[in-house]
Write a protein that binds this ligand. Structure first.
Ligand SMILES: [Zn+2]
Length: 355
């Protein structure tokens, strides 16, 4: 006997979303109608968290959470039981489910379902998978039955709720680090020779990172990242400050609940990296990054925040600054939490009409 699942994806091969209908056909070949005893479909999602053994632990620690589960008995469409080439009947059973809107969890929040995720760093594996499976039980001899199974993975995507993440941040670099002369000059200026007490006047060069508001990165689309350097006047007059490098990357953190403890993995995603020597020629200087200032997220899954799985992202900007092109490079590092989303589905809006 041969089983096959055909998923109705007339709207294209994009991912399913919460509330989407799931329609399909189970095709059964190579058996007689009389032998078919019970036909069932199961639609479910599972989160697998697996910790691989290391030198201290000898066995793999693994846990499966069922995120939701629906099942139904299937009926054969009599009108479609047609003969195939070799004279066997082909039985077709229609399947119909609906993707749930929330996670079937025990917490007080109605958590969102996580998108399909598959992450593995060699020590930890986190997978959330959506499945449609079907089983066919048929009589062999007397009461003896045999069960055949087929299953298919369903790509699923759920965008996060937009929250109030800050769209900009400022980090500072003390100018002492760029100019030794400046350090002693500023002390003389304010009249203190001792570094410890009272606090001396310590101006700083500041870097402002600005993202669109709210800081949402849509997969496949570029997000402009703006960098503005605020240089104190004293430093502008006494030194030649250069931007030597700009690195924009994304930090991803995925954590999942394994029984009672959260297991996490971090990942740094490819970003934009430029090197050179750009003179800072005004007190408030916006770096013209051109195409390099557009950050594109390609493979990352949407951000997620539930009581079983969290997927979070931050944009990290590291800028190298020097006094003169020969001077040692000092680094300013800023990090902003962002949300990653999938682009809206391409299919008709009325097909996804959730209140
Ligand atoms: Zn929950």
């Amino acid at each position: 006997m041969k089983l096959a699942l055909q998923i109705d994806d007339e709207d294209g091969p994009s991912s399913f979303r919460p509330g989407d209908p799931l329609r399909g056909i189970l095709e059964i070949r190579g058996c007689s109608f009389k032998s078919l005893f019970r036909i069932k479909a199961r639609f479910f999602a599972e989160l697998t968290v697996k910790v691989y053994p290391d030198v201290n632990t000898y066995c793999t620690n693994e846990y499966n959470h069922i995120l939701f589960e629906q099942s139904e008995d299937l009926k054969i469409l009599q009108s479609t039981s047609v003969n195939d080439d070799v004279g066997n009947c082909v039985f077709l059973c229609p399947i119909e489910f609906t993707f749930p809107l929330t996670l079937n969890c025990a917490c007080e929040n109605s958590c969102q379902l996580p998108s399909s995720v598959s992450a593995n760093d060699g020590k930890l594996q986190i997978k959330s998978t959506y499945w449609l499976s079907a089983t066919v039980e048929r009589r062999i001899v007397g009461k003896l039955t045999r069960t055949n199974r087929v299953r298919q993975e369903l790509p699923f995507s759920c965008n996060p709720v937009v929250n109030n993440f800050a769209a900009s941040c400022i980090v500072a670099l003390s100018v002492d680090k760029l100019s030794q002369n400046f350090e002693s000059a500023s002390r003389e200026l304010v009249g203190f020779g001792r570094a410890d007490y009272p606090p001396i006047y310590s101006p700083s060069l500041q870097m402002e990172v600005i993202l669109p508001e709210p800081p949402v990165l849509t997969r496949g689309r570029g997000t402009p990242v703006r960098l503005v350097l605020h240089t104190p006047q004293e430093l502008m007059q006494g030194a030649h400050i250069y931007v030597r490098s700009v690195e924009i990357q994304m930090q991803a953190a995925i954590s999942a609940l394994l029984r009672y403890t959260w297991k996490s993995m971090a990942d740094t995603r490819l970003g934009n990296n430029i090197k050179g020597a750009v003179p800072i020629n005004s007190e408030h200087f916006e770096l013209d990054l051109g195409a390099w200032g557009i950050f594109v997220v390609i493979q990352s899954r949407p951000s997620s925040n539930s009581c079983l799985l969290k997927v979070g992202y931050a944009i990290e900007v590291i800028v190298g600054i020097s006094n003169g092109v020969e001077g040692s490079i000092q680094y300013l590092k800023a990090s902003l939490d962002v949300l990653v989303m999938d682009p809206p589905p391409i299919y008709r809006a009325e097909a996804h009409n959730i209140a």
